[in-house]
Design a protein around this ligand. Structure first.
Ligand SMILES: Cc1cc2nc3c(=O)[nH]c(=O)nc-3n(C[C@H](O)[C@H](O)[C@H](O)COP(=O)(O)OP(=O)(O)OC[C@H]3O[C@@H](n4cnc5c(N)ncnc54)[C@H](O)[C@@H]3O)c2cc1C
Length: 294
């Protein structure tokens, strides 16, 4: 297979935070064979690889990524009865809207979650009304230890809050199937609009990856703990804690990855001191999560 790998590609435009340095190697994959070839390339170069979806939950460091970033471009959707199968680069919102046109719903809340199906399965994305795990049937993966695609179910995925077994492996998620509900399209559209409206009321708009930290339990939320420390509005360079939602760190357009990370580290320390809670980032910090060392 012919693979096309570029070098020193800036990762800024590939993350919704719009920060980060270059990838040493960068390529796109439109098929599982391309993923396989690229994984072999990384192995041959003795560098790590990373699959990138919509970049809405990833923060690249200012030094960039010392390996191969593979931008996922597998974008087909198949609908059979009430089962929707989407390749992993399909945007979650697009899948919800496409399913709605076929009178298939039960996932309206996911229409407001940015990013790809691959990223959504990886992190069990969702809103309080519906998580990926609630409708997940199976995923086709390129397992870390095999060169052939494999179909795996919920037992393997082992979903948890913002978590799945895929976070512990280097499996590449190629596609996923979801069991949806027959529902009239206008009703689904109404639900989608309702979710979008509720979100607009409580969430800020700008350069961000959404919630920075995971909620430590059902209550209190990370946002509440941070707000109690008086962090709203706090700044570090071009990064700022949103005035609207304390768990959202925004890039005002001039932030570096270090600004965002340093601000998050400050918040982490303040929450630890005031509430004795160790917040864990939800955003994937690449290449190294500085919170693991704390
Ligand atoms: C404004 C905003 C609001 C948000 N609101 C929510 C919300 O309500 N609920 C929620 O759950 N999340 C929310 N998020 C976070 C984000 O949208 C989700 O985590 C999303 O599912 C990430 O998908 P992605 O394709 O952008 O993943 P990326 O950011 O591209 O990647 C995230 C991680 O997934 C891995 N990954 C991606 N694709 C694959 C694949 N095919 N195979 C293997 N690994 C893969 C990457 O390597 C990386 O480690 C929000 C983000 C933003 C910017």
């Amino acid at each position: 297979m012919n693979i096309n790998v570029s070098q020193n590609v800036s990762l800024k435009e590939y993350s919704t935070y719009r920060v980060g340095g270059p990838a040493r190697f960068f390529a796109e994959a439109k098929s599982w064979e391309a993923f396989l070839g690229l994984r072999e390339f990384a192995k041959h170069q003795k560098v790590p690889f990373l699959v990138l979806g919509g970049g809405s939950n990833i923060l690249f460091a200012d030094d960039g990524y010392p390996g191969l970033v593979i931008l996922n471009r597998m974008e087909k959707v198949i609908i059979q009865g009430s089962i929707v199968t989407a390749e992993s680069a399909v945007s979650t919102a697009k899948m919800v809207l496409l399913a709605a046109r076929h009178n298939l719903g039960g996932i309206s809340g996911l229409a407001s979650v940015p990013g790809s199906i691959g990223g959504a399965v990886y992190g069990n994305a969702g809103v309080p009304e519906v998580y990926v795990k609630d409708v997940f049937l199976n995923a086709t993966i390129l397992p870390a230890n095999s060169n052939k695609p494999l179909i795996v179910g919920s037992d393997y995925a082992n979903f948890g809050y913002r978590d799945s077994h895929f976070k512990k492996t280097k499996d590449i998620i190629l596609a996923a199937s979801f069991q949806l509900k027959k529902m009239p399209a206008p009703l689904i559209q109404k639900e989608i609009a309702m979710h979008a409206k509720a979100r607009a009321l409580k969430q800020p708009v700008g350069l961000t990856c959404g919630s920075f930290f995971k909620n430590p339990g059902t209550f209190p939320s990370a946002g509440w703990l941070i707000e109690q420390c008086g962090c709203k509005g706090m700044r570090e360079g071009g990064a700022q804690i949103s005035e609207k939602h304390a768990n959202w760190i925004m890039n005002n357009g001039k932030a570096t990855a270090s600004d965002i990370i340093n601000l998050a580290l400050k918040v982490h320390k303040m929450v630890k001191e005031k509430h004795n809670v160790d917040l864990e980032p939800e955003v994937q910090i690449i290449p190294e999560n500085p919170f693991r060392k704390i």
